[in-house]
Ligand binder design. Structure first.
Ligand SMILES: Cc1cc2nc3c(=O)[nH]c(=O)nc-3n(C[C@H](O)[C@H](O)[C@H](O)COP(=O)(O)O)c2cc1C
Length: 174
């Protein structure tokens, strides 16, 4: 299996998102990066945040991995603010960090997410799918976990299907 990494963007390092990331991490051997432990500032047109943790992290990711699994809670029907800041900073890779941006091309993306609603609202995955397309990445799979009383409900069949999609390398988007 290709090497992958799980990027967690939750406001709670011990929350439901970390639990689903740990579950997928244990089944794939993908390491987990908790964005809450990193100092990553918002996108700035003058790149005032260029010396924070974003560039070393994204350089490490493109050098060492082929698959990025983004793990985010649903906060107000969208990815978390922490995750959105990470996505905004991908713009650095189109401007001052183009070499790294080019290396994202051909990589694979998947998304795991969790929320309290029984179903994810339509369109939740769109920013991930379109970002993957824009960057030349292949969008492989996604999975939503419902949280109840602080724990994710885990449907084994769904997890197996998700793992099969990222392992077999078949994209869910044609
Ligand atoms: C600020 C905030 C906004 C939320 N908005 C939603 C939402 O729009 N839809 C939903 O299903 N759950 C929503 N939730 C519930 C969380 O998605 C859910 O509790 C999730 O498991 C939290 O993951 P975490 O422990 O990693 O933060 C929200 C929670 C918070 C704190």
């Amino acid at each position: 299996m290709k090497k992958g990494i799980i990027i967690v963007g939750s406001s709670n390092s011990d929350g439901t998102t970390m639990k689903i990331a740990s579950l997928i991490g244990a089944r794939t051997n993908f390491p987990i990066i908790d964005l809450k432990t990193k100092t990553i500032g918002e996108f700035d047109y003058e790149f005032k945040n260029k010396d924070d943790d974003f560039l070393p992290l994204i350089r490490h990711i493109v050098e060492c991995y082929q698959i990025i699994v983004f793990a985010t809670p649903v906060y107000w029907y969208a990815m978390s603010g922490t995750m959105k800041i990470f996505f905004d900073r991908l713009s650095d890779c189109l401007k001052t960090e183009k070499e790294t941006g080019r290396k994202l091309r051909g990589m694979e993306m998947a998304v795991i997410c969790c929320g309290c609603d029984q179903e994810l609202k339509e369109g939740f995955y769109m920013p991930f799918i379109e970002t993957a397309k824009y960057l030349g990445m292949t969008y492989m799979a996604n999975m939503y976990f419902v949280e109840e009383n602080g724990l994710p409900i885990v449907h084994e069949a769904g997890v197996n299907e998700f793992l099969k999609l990222i392992k077999d390398g078949h994209s869910v988007i044609s």
